[in-house]
Design a protein around this ligand. Structure first.
Ligand code: ADP
Length: 628
């Protein structure tokens, strides 16, 4: 892939600098699509981080007061303040949490939209490429698996902020643990005033924090080992779910027992099963390292308890302060661990972000010309293929080879040939969905690349074999817009043979097609859908109208009838008909016969059918049994 960036270091790992740059870029993108998300996460984190310390501080004051002077006039206001602080912080925290959830939901949607919009805007050649779809599905699977990629960044930001606020609050609350001295009357315990104790405690904190952090990240890395199986598991789960909801599969599933085949494949590959690899990892090494991480922290809490209790015993401060100091110092350690964990996540996530941006950076490299295609009232256009050859990206075989031909507007052109002979590819090149690898395509003598792409593509209406309608009102489908000329839409539908059915619809053009967006939608048959697709092509009123075997599901006689009927509807437009059934196109002025990517014959039906040893003649006689 041309957008693939080489940003890994020699050992194949992404460096810290690159990881940070990727995250900064992601943050910029997130702020663009969801401007307030970081503010909300930050506020949430501040309230969440400060709340326990406020409570610890009030509790310490109350215990101290209870332990010695026990003055009701001090105690009652203290209790009242504690309750008020708890209520205000609780309220604030719930309100912000709700806002954060709403913001998260909208962020998820916006993130998906980001990928969809990228897909919509990229060159057709890239949008049609399997590698692009693989990349996108990898991004979605990474996000589904554990929020890797863009999705988790706001929540890691929240965690980091919570840890940072927590560290500052804990430092503020614990500083007096070290500064308040043990009085001289405590005898040997005055040793606790020695700065070495502070250093010892700090060293222990750093050691335990690093150890605990490493155990925690080792637990996470256990998951990474089964990353591929988890991705496959998610993919299977998604596929199985889609199978159940995809109406077009309903009949096949029942007819061919597909549920059994897929079901057993699913059973053998269920990474999430009770005895599956995920469960083995979480119950085994992952559980062990997570437990070790917590256990190691508990050892540190033990040391803090001993140090704080000894100082309180020696009279450096009251018993109430013991709660404050133990709470603050242990929280300090756990917040530092949290910060380490977030850093670890950022490092791991860099590889996933790289995948995301490989996709987002796929460039639009198709040459965009600036010439306008004049809207000629006489519709006098001439198209010429000059020695055109084309290979689909990533393939070695020529789908089209040395194709040269010329045709004028207003004529009826048929493109015939066996399946796989290059007919659709010829049309895709004509519409500039792809550019030729060799040769040129000219419109009125000018290379089509020199025209503005939007203008050029506006010249064509194509009904592809696999046309798609939207679950939108009928009129919107035909016009491709919610704002449309109702009379013209009705005419297009009537011309396409949908008039009778339209008259039977109580909501007429406002009838919703399909049911994805509402219960009131109607289902149309394949033949009806095809008529709507043809009406859509007519409504566009482009000078070229192309039917690429949209009738493939019909029998040869019905197809021939539709094509002949369409011949009248097309009026003064240039109509191009594609079919592997020769009878459908015999009325055309000009017939191109494709074989293995080449135009092997060109001419009228009568001329071609009388050509001894010709391909057309051979195919005609082979198919004749169906029509005679
Ligand atoms: P026809 O329309 O005559 O049935 P096509 O133009 O669809 O034939 O296909 C011509 C050749 O190009 C075939 O060999 C087909 O397998 C190949 N082909 C078509 N589409 C693609 C694609 N997207 N990627 C790779 N090869 C393709």
């Amino acid at each position: 892939m041309n957008a693939e960036k080489k940003i890994k270091n020699k050992s194949g790992r992404i460096t810290w600098g690159q990881a940070l740059r990727l995250h900064l870029r992601a943050i910029k993108d997130i702020r663009r699509i969801c401007p307030h998300i970081f503010t909300i996460y930050g506020l949430c984190a501040a309230v969440k981080a400060v709340t326990p310390y406020v409570m610890i501080w009030f509790s310490a004051q109350i215990i101290d007061e209870l332990a010695s002077p026990r003055r009701p006039e001090v105690l009652w206001p203290l209790v009242a303040w504690t309750v008020a602080a708890a209520a205000v912080l609780g309220l604030l925290s719930s309100a912000l949490a709700e806002k954060q959830t709403a913001c998260d939901r909208s962020f998820w949607q916006h993130e998906q939209k980001l990928y969809t919009e990228k897909m919509f805007s990229m060159d057709f050649v890239d949008a049609d490429r399997q590698a692009t779809h693989d990349l996108l599905s990898q991004i979605l699977q990474n996000a589904n698996w554990a929020g890797w990629g863009i999705y988790s960044i706001p929540s890691w930001f929240g965690q980091a902020m919570e840890a940072a606020f927590g560290i500052v609050s804990a430092l503020l609350l614990s500083v007096s643990l070290f500064t308040l001295p043990v009085p001289a009357s405590a005898g040997n315990l005055t040793l606790l005033n020695h700065p070495l104790f502070i250093l010892l405690l700090l060293a222990l904190m750093v050691f335990i924090t690093v150890l605990s952090g490493q155990c925690a990240s080792k637990a996470v890395s256990c998951l990474e080992k089964i990353g591929d199986s988890v991705k496959l598991g998610n993919r299977l789960f998604g596929f199985l779910f889609d199978m159940g909801t995809d109406r077009s599969r309903t009949a096949d599933i029942r007819m061919y027992g597909q549920k059994k085949v897929i079901g057993s494949y699913w059973d053998e590959n269920d990474v999430f099963a009770a005895s599956g690899p995920m469960s083995r990892i979480t119950k085994g090494p992952m559980g062990f390292y997570s437990g070790l991480s917590t256990g190691v922290s508990a050892v540190f809490t033990g040391f803090v308890y001993v140090f704080t209790c000894l100082k309180a015993w020696a009279g450096a401060f009251g018993v109430g302060s013991v709660t404050q100091y133990v709470g603050a110092v242990t929280a300090l350690s756990s917040n530092v661990t949290k910060l380490f964990k977030t850093a670890g996540n950022i490092r791991t996530n860099a590889a996933y972000l790289q995948t995301t941006y490989t996709f987002m950076d796929i460039p639009n490299s198709m040459y965009q010309g600036s010439l306008t295609t004049e809207k000629r009232s006489d519709r006098n256009y001439e198209v010429e293929f000059q020695d055109v050859s084309f290979r689909y990206p990533g393939t070695d075989t020529w789908a089209l080879r040395h194709v040269s031909m010329k045709f004028n507007v207003g004529s009826r052109l048929a493109v015939v040939g066996e399946n796989g002979s290059g007919k659709t590819t010829f049309i895709k090149l004509l519409c500039r969905l792809y550019d030729p690898d060799e040769g040129h395509i000219l419109l009125n003598g000018i290379d089509i690349r020199k025209y503005s792409y939007r203008d050029y593509i506006g010249l064509f209406s194509v009904v592809f074999q696999d046309f798609q309608l939207l679950s939108q009102p009928l009129g919107t489908n035909v016009a491709g817009s919610e704002d449309y000329d109702r009379e013209r839409v009705i005419k297009a539908l009537t011309d396409a043979g949908f008039g009778e059915r339209l008259a039977s619809l109580p909501d007429g053009l406002d009838t919703l097609l399909y049911r994805e967006f509402g219960d009131g939608g109607i289902n149309v048959s394949g033949g009806e859908a095809q008529k709507i697709a043809i009406a859509r092509a007519l409504y566009k009123d482009a000078p070229f109208i192309i039917l690429d075997e949209p009738t493939a599901a019909l029998d040869p006689v019905a197809e021939a009838e539709i094509y002949a009927q369409f011949n009248q509807i097309a009026g003064d437009k240039t109509a191009v008909y594609i079919s592997h059934r020769l009878s459908s196109c015999r009325f055309c002025d000009e017939i191109l016969v494709f074989d293995h990517g080449r135009i092997v014959e060109q001419g009228s039906h009568d001329a071609l059918v009388s050509q001894e040893g010709g391909k057309y003649r051979e195919l005609w006689h082979a198919q004749a049994q169906y029509y005679e």
